[in-house]
Design a protein around this ligand. Sequence first.
Ligand SMILES: *[C@@H]1O[C@H](CO)[C@@H](O)[C@H](O)[C@H]1NC(C)=O
Ligand SMILES: *[C@@H]1O[C@H](CO)[C@@H](O)[C@H](O)[C@H]1NC(C)=O
Ligand SMILES: *[C@@H]1O[C@H](CO)[C@@H](O)[C@H](O)[C@H]1NC(C)=O
Ligand SMILES: *[C@@H]1O[C@H](CO)[C@@H](O)[C@H](O)[C@H]1NC(C)=O
Length: 438
Amino acid sequence: MAFHFLILLLFILFPFNVLAQTRDTVSAGDSISAGDGYSTWLLSPSGDFSFGFHPLDDHHNNDLFLLSIWYAKIPDKTIVWYANGDKPAPKGSKVQLTSDRGLVLTSPNGYELWKSFDAISGVALAALNDTGNLLLQDHKFKVVWETFKDPRDTLLPTQILYKGGKLFSRRFETNFSTGRYQIFLQQDGNLVFYSVNLPSGYANENYFESGTVASKSSNAGRLLVFDSSGDLYVLKDDNQRFSLSPSGKTPSNDMSTRFYLRATLNFDGVFSLYQYPKDNKNSSDQKQSWIPLWSQPENICTSSLVSAGSGVCGYNSICDLNDVQRPICHCPKGYSLIDPNDAYGSCKPDFTQGCEEDRKLHDFEVLINTDWPLSDYVLQRPFTEEECKQSCLEDCFCSVAIFRLGDSCWKKKIPLSNGRVDVNLNNSKAFIKVKTKN
Ligand SMILES: *[C@@H]1O[C@H](CO)[C@@H](O)[C@H](O)[C@H]1NC(C)=O
Ligand SMILES: *[C@@H]1O[C@H](CO)[C@@H](O)[C@H](O)[C@H]1NC(C)=O
Ligand SMILES: *[C@@H]1O[C@H](CO)[C@@H](O)[C@H](O)[C@H]1NC(C)=O
Ligand SMILES: *[C@@H]1O[C@H](CO)[C@@H](O)[C@H](O)[C@H]1NC(C)=O
């Protein structure tokens, strides 16, 4: 009888064994390889998060993978952390948990693509907890490394950014190479968003800051906290908060049980808090998606100038906001993208500009409320609109003339930078020199 019971038990357990090859902990020595599609190595106890190989959606179909953590239950399989953004792993790559270097990712020919740290002793196990945090622990379960303290572009509820901590944007929506934007909690307590010039990484002036530095009226910031209810704020030394939500709008307590929440520094520099319904059983006919609850800055196109750089969009391009406060870039008429695959890149004139050209062949495209604020080389005032146009037409350096304030004419030369649409320009006119159509 006992024997039959055992057989029955095995029979019942067997299918589960086959299905449940994923666990919530793995031990030193264990490894997994990138095969076809998703390979989950660790699953959090609730099943909300997976850790393993996530195929890169790279359109080239060349079987590249990201060692990453993603939302396991939603169709998007949204990535919240990734190890090897700059060095995608070819099929057959292997990640192993080692006792002395933590997680080590190697390509099929043995090239080391990424490791969690250089040298430390006694890593015993890795665990993925329900918050989405991957923890490496020693034999006494002491945490020696965790993804929450080595963030990429996303923060999750209960995650904290400490002084000196950074978030890094990815390059494009589906390209996880290091991108153009960073968020940094400085040692002085100020939380700043800035762009960097690639590939050197030189940091431009910030386009958003919390202003939480020690002064008469304020204490310095200490931590960037994403609490379990979805509130995201800089916690100051006096325990006051600076909320990152522009309107103070935060998810309600009950929302954080019904929705997944994440805060991501998007590839275009906008930092957004997103929600996604956890249970969408009765809305299966309706495709769910991540909905932004708020974004900072509120208008990245006009929020600042990037003195040594192109701005949000590439050179000669124009930044405008879409209805969810994300920037869209477009070339003026008479210009086109240098790299047609990079809509956020620079635009080139479709004709040769310069002093050898016959100016009689030129004409203007006119744009209202558009400006490239840092590219002028001369201001003429007082000037009429007609004088402004004529002056640009006769000047072989002039690529654009801005007529504003009823009497002022700024002449600008390429490359034009920090292009943006700004309704506060009070119907200024941008005269963009183009080749006459004939
Ligand atoms: C997840 O990890 C954090 C950090 O160690 C820990 O404080 C928390 O209790 C863990 N949560 C769960 C659900 O295990
Ligand atoms: C991501 O973009 C960078 C920079 O444009 C490029 O060098 C790299 O090859 C891209 N990665 C993938 C996987 O396409
Ligand atoms: C799901 O159904 C319940 C009960 O009918 C309803 O109150 C709720 O609004 C529905 N949720 C969604 C997301 O449609
Ligand atoms: C636009 O006009 C308003 C009202 O006259 C003025 O206060 C504001 O400074 C103008 N904006 C610019 C950018 O000149």
